[in-house]
Design a protein around this ligand. Structure first.
Ligand SMILES: Nc1nc2c(ncn2[C@@H]2O[C@H](COP(=O)(O)OP(=O)(O)O)[C@@H](O)[C@H]2O)c(=O)[nH]1
Ligand SMILES: [Mg+2]
Length: 384
């Protein structure tokens, strides 16, 4: 089939096209987890995989997490794929020069929408000789989705942020209800029914990316299916920009050192809990708080912690095997609050976990906190 992933053994004749797979969805839906699973799935079948991460800022938890699994990763910081389309193509070229991937898997920014018109269709039209473009997948966290669709109560974002959330679903070729382990069967059916009623052009899958459940059918669909050729949706870029600007963004990197070896997993949990408490006090709706701790001399060892809504506890999705005496901490937070509140929460929380009581010293190496600017796509094609 024309749009299939090229065979890993098809060296020799005319250069085959690489497959471009984009895994979108709102902040915290499980994109990075799913990308890591998909990359491993393809690698196990003999394909070479190249990963592309993207963010409005620099110093990304996702890049550190995916690189720790041994995949080649290129990061496009400082703007979304649609606004940095040329950097996206450049990243694919660099990966090609290094490892010649058969498949690129790209994770766009979780607050980004209009990807079909600004990324998929430009890739198809301008670089159709280089890539076959997979259907666009949009992942959802089912607890968050049930609240957005009015099926459950709980913390929500304001209407302009929800505009982006719904637009992401509207353009999806494939909607993946991820984290299905968090719902009982009735709640899952109710969510699926509501999604298929509102977003009828999308095919729906149910997965637990973290537990590797339900992934095969979805992977088969995006590894070999063609993307539909339908007119791209309409987007009000004023509302989109206002929704983006309501989300505060913070990225930081911190050097942690201690007088004696300390438990890095416990330190991450304590830090996440302190930030969560501070942000709750500021009435910030957390979209994603994520951190990695990379021990000095801890070859391949990396701790990852995530919090994706206020009324939950931060989860250590990867833990360190051993105590550490020095390490590098990356902090990424996206929440509906002014960025200054994020800065204060991070600085105060770092003070809480360091000092004479713990023997840990926290030295801030990089700090940026901002509201994303108005998206200004390089291209916008309403038909492929
Ligand atoms: N319960 C559950 N949690 C998951 C699943 N997939 C991902 N997560 C968790 O959701 C959080 C956010 O995941 P991440 O992949 O970083 O989301 P992203 O922001 O969309 O890239 C992490 O704590 C993951 O471990 C799942 O299938 N079930
Ligand atoms: Mg991610």
């Amino acid at each position: 089939m024309k749009s299939e992933v090229r065979s890993p053994k098809s060296e020799g004749g005319a250069p085959a096209k690489a497959r471009y797979i984009m895994v979108g969805g709102f902040l915290g839906a499980g994109k990075t987890t799913a990308v890591a699973r998909l990359a491993r799935h393809l690698r196990d079948r003999g394909f070479k995989v190249g990963l592309i991460t993207n963010d409005q800022g620099h110093q990304l938890v996702d890049t550190a997490m995916l690189a720790s699994h041994g995949f080649p990763v290129k990061e496009i910081p400082g703007g979304c794929f649609c606004c940095r389309f040329n950097s996206l193509v450049e990243a694919a070229r660099t990966l090609s020069a290094e490892t010649r991937p058969d498949v690129f898997i790209a994770e766009p920014v979780g607050s980004c929408t209009d990807l079909v018109a600004t990324v998929s269709y430009p890739l198809r039209r301008i670089y159709g000789d280089d890539f076959t473009v997979a259907p666009l997948s949009v992942l959802v966290d089912p607890i968050r989705a049930r609240r957005v669709l009015g099926l459950a109560s709980g913390g929500k974002f304001s209407e302009k942020v929800l505009y982006i959330y719904r637009k992401q679903l509207e353009e999806a070729d494939v909607i993946v209800i991820n984290k299905r382990d968090l719902l009982d069967p009735e709640q899952l059916t109710e969510l699926r029914t509501a999604l298929s009623a509102q977003f009828s052009s999308a095919q729906i899958f149910e997965t637990s990316a973290r537990n590797s459940q339900g992934l095969e059918d979805w992977f088969a669909r995006i590894a070999s299916g063609a993307q539909a050729s339908r007119p791209a949706m309409e987007v009000d870029y004023e509302i989109y920009a206002e929704g983006e600007a309501l989300l505060g963004w913070l990225n930081a990197s911190v050097k942690l050192t201690a007088s004696a070896a300390f438990d890095g997993n416990a330190a991450l949990s304590a830090l996440a809990a302190a930030m969560q408490k501070r942000l709750a006090h500021d009435a910030a709706e957390i979209a994603h708080l994520k951190m990695t701790l990379d021990p000095e001399n801890g070859i391949g060892d990396l701790a990852v912690i995530n919090l994706v809504r206020n009324d939950y506890v931060a989860e250590l999705s990867q833990q360190l095997q051993d105590p550490l005496q020095a390490g590098h901490l990356i902090i990424n937070i996206r929440a509906e609050v002014m960025p200054e509140a994020l800065r204060a929460a991070v600085e105060d929380s770092l003070k809480e976990i360091s000092g004479s009581a713990t023997g840990v010293t926290a030295a801030l190496e990089h700090l940026e906190f901002f509201q994303p600017g108005k998206p200004q796509p390089t291209h916008r094609f309403t038909v492929p």
